[in-house]
Ligand binder design. Structure first.
Ligand code: AMP
Ligand code: ZN
Length: 120
């Protein structure tokens, strides 16, 4: 949920509440994952905490568990969708220089093609 029960301006909080449609591929009580609307690979999902956190900079020391759960969801989705092998990439952008455009933390999960390094 968002910070409170009233309408929120956060796009991803609105996906969590169902006010904005998304193709949800995974969810549990702490995180949800849905297909990116502008996919950069054959598989491109966004894994987000159900609780609103703006960016990595706003993480608290007490958020260790939820951060870990984003990665565990990536592991589980890879297994569910069958791309644990050959592999995949997870990435999280923080603020403008890295290209963050939605200020509710999200782990990008990319798979289904060769992924170059370094990324752009
Ligand atoms: P970032 O640039 O790291 O903040 O990533 C934001 C991502 O959200 C981009 O890859 C967008 O394509 C994606 N995105 C924006 N709006 C939506 C939406 N309504 N549903 C799904 N993905 C979205
Ligand atoms: Zn939010």
């Amino acid at each position: 949920m968002g910070q409170n029960s009233s309408k929120t301006s956060c796009l991803f909080c609105n996906i969590i509440t169902g006010d904005v449609d998304a193709n949800i591929i995974f969810h549990n009580k702490d995180v949800i994952a849905f297909t990116d609307i502008n996919p950069q690979a054959p598989v491109h999902a966004l894994i987000i905490p159900q609780r609103h956190i703006e960016s990595i900079n706003e993480l608290e020391d007490t958020d260790k568990e939820i951060v870990g759960k984003l990665f565990l969801a990536a592991r589980d989705i890879a297994k569910q969708e069958g791309f644990s092998q050959p592999g995949y990439r997870v990435a999280m952008n923080c603020n403008a220089a890295a290209g963050q455009t939605v200020f509710h933390i999200h782990l990008h999960l990319l798979a289904g093609r060769e992924l170059g390094w370094p990324p752009g």
